[in-house]
Design a protein around this ligand. Structure first.
Ligand code: HEC
Ligand code: HEC
Ligand code: HEC
Length: 130
């Protein structure tokens, strides 16, 4: 005669151990924000939207910008955060302020293992050499 409940307990322990790395990660950020080179205070102190918003949603914002510019011919963006107007442009807005791509965009993207393909076509600012 064998004890079925022992088998079930054994199975549960086994499944728990095998999946530990997954549920142990729940709630933790997938990556840590590295040290970033922000624009100098003399250039700008604010982004086109709030910092948290930008951190989480800049991909979406860039998509919207592209659609606005390419489909609707709209070249001006009014910030929800500070109500200022910005030119809708990857090169002439984002990369004007964030002109150190290596120490800003790339640094974050490398640590998150994403590599946006935008630079196949869009021109990145010249390397800063640091
Ligand atoms: C007028 C200059 C300016 C423009 C234009 C601009 N940024 Fe920013 N951006 C900043 C500044 C300054 C900060 C830091 C804000 C702060 O510390 O509150 C920042 C912050 C950010 C952050 C958050 C960084 C962090 O510490 O987590 C991201 C992401 C970002 N910008 C991406 C973009 C993208 C993408 C665009 C174009 C859609 C853009 N920015 C346009 C000046 C600018
Ligand atoms: C605070 C960290 C951080 C900074 C700074 C940052 N990014 Fe990102 N970016 C990310 C992360 C994380 C993703 C992937 C998010 C996802 O897939 O949901 C991403 C995704 C993107 C994507 C979408 C790529 C894709 O394949 O879906 C674009 C476009 C992009 N970033 C552009 C930029 C540009 C341009 C800058 C610099 C002006 C920048 N990012 C700065 C963290 C950052
Ligand atoms: C196959 C080439 C190509 C790729 C790849 C590409 N773009 Fe573009 N993009 C264009 C062209 C062409 C325009 C239209 C330029 C214009 O009308 O000023 C444009 C326009 C835009 C615009 C609005 C106008 C401007 O000056 O910025 C944004 C924002 C933009 N793209 C963002 C992106 C982002 C973000 C990525 C990467 C996720 C990307 N693009 C990848 C070709 C490309």
């Amino acid at each position: 005669m064998y004890d079925g409940s022992k088998i079930i307990v054994g199975l549960l322990v086994f499944v728990g151990m095998m999946t530990f790395p997954f549920w142990n990660n729940i709630g933790k950020a997938a990556y840590k924000t590295p040290e970033l080179k922000l624009p100098p205070k003399s250039v700008a102190t604010e982004c086109v939207e709030g910092k948290e918003f930008m951190r989480e949603k800049h991909m979406q914002l860039l998509n919207d910008w592209r659609d606005e510019a390419v489909r609707n011919g709209e070249r001006l963006y009014v910030s929800q955060a500070n109500h200022k107007q910005y030119q809708i442009s990857l090169q002439n807005s984002c990369m004007k302020c964030h002109d150190n791509k290596e120490e800003f965009c790339d640094k974050c993207h490398n640590s998150a293992s994403v590599s946006p393909y935008c630079w196949d076509c869009h021109i990145a600012p010249p390397k800063k050499g640091n």
